[in-house]
Design a protein around this ligand. Structure first.
Ligand code: 13P
Length: 287
């Protein structure tokens, strides 16, 4: 089992009304923590990696091999998808497919609809040859992810009718509609539009993803999942927790130099948090 495509994982989640977490990896410790959390919770998992994180980690092959090796080494038996997050170029998506990623997100949400459709079609066509799944985005999600900043003035809610056309014409396996969540830290509560979600769900049949998982109150998250969200992306909250843990340990242990002590503790902290998120999304016990 273990390494699977996003498509099979999300069809199951969509049928059973739970969501699978996409946990973004920023260092090897993140990958280790998330795989162990998934195994302990008997939950399927998506490990997401952005292009900036890939650069930091050493590239597509390094990440793909590291995940595959750890799956073997840790004896992970739950389904794991290796996913390229928010990619804007067809070439990079194809690199990921060649390196063994099982899923890619092509993000043409900054483009006019027609262009977004054409770009996504190109990636879907390439992905079919590799048996890889494709996620795409419609509307614009505000906030910051790595160096990409979408100002609140550029953000916009998705138009449900466009989702219908987009999914029919592209054949994507998963759609991330912009519903009011924000990448990164949110000031106050995000204005998650359940009415738009309801309409998008009515007009489309592909699994839906919710980006910007950090800062969404638990009850909102549960409601979104009950209404048909099958994938939830989280990154910032784990980065914050990881860094906070390291900071606290270093402040109180000025002589500490063994990095395995503080990185290990931070890894344990995000593993615990990922386990909680899996329970919140209802994916625990589903693998
Ligand atoms: P957060 O960083 O807000 O959790 O969002 C992550 C995300 O959507 C990755 O695509």
């Amino acid at each position: 089992m273990a390494i699977v495509s996003l498509k099979e994982m999300l069809i199951e989640a969509s049928k059973e009304k739970y969501a699978v977490g996409q946990f973004n990896a920023n260092s090897l410790e993140f990958i280790q923590a998330f795989l162990q959390a998934a195994q302990e919770e008997r939950s399927p998992i998506i490990i997401g990696v952005t292009e900036a994180a890939l650069q930091y980690l050493g590239g597509f092959s390094v990440v793909s091999s590291a995940i595959r090796s750890l799956v073997k080494e840790y004896e992970i038996h739950v389904p794991v998808a290796i996913h390229l997050d928010h990619c804007t170029s067809v070439e990079q998506c194809v690199h990921a497919m060649k390196a063994g990623f099982t899923s890619v997100m092509i993000d043409g949400s900054h483009l006019p609809l027609e262009k977004n459709i054409r770009l996504t079609q190109e990636v879907v066509e390439a992905a079919e040859k590799f048996g890889v799944s494709v996620e795409a985005e419609l509307g614009r999600i505000s906030g910051q992810e790595d160096d990409t900043i979408v100002d609140i003035s550029e953000a916009c809610y998705v138009i449900p009718e466009e989702c219908q056309r987009f999914t029919a014409e592209t054949g994507v396996n998963c759609l991330a509609p912009s519903l009011g969540t924000v990448h990164g830290l949110v000031k106050g509560e995000p204005n998650l539009r359940f009415d738009i979600l309801e309409k998008v769900k009515e007009l489309t049949s592909v699994p839906l993803a919710l980006h910007g998982g950090t800062g969404i109150p638990g009850d909102h998250l549960k409601r979104a999942v009950s209404m048909g969200i099958s994938k939830v992306n989280v990154n910032t909250e784990n980065q914050i927790l990881f860094t906070q843990t390291v900071r606290e340990i270093l402040i109180s242990n000025q002589d500490l130099y063994d990095l395995r002590k503080y990185l290990g503790a931070a890894r344990e902290a995000i593993k615990h948090s990922a386990r909680q998120k899996m329970c919140e999304l209802g994916s625990d016990g589903k693998a």
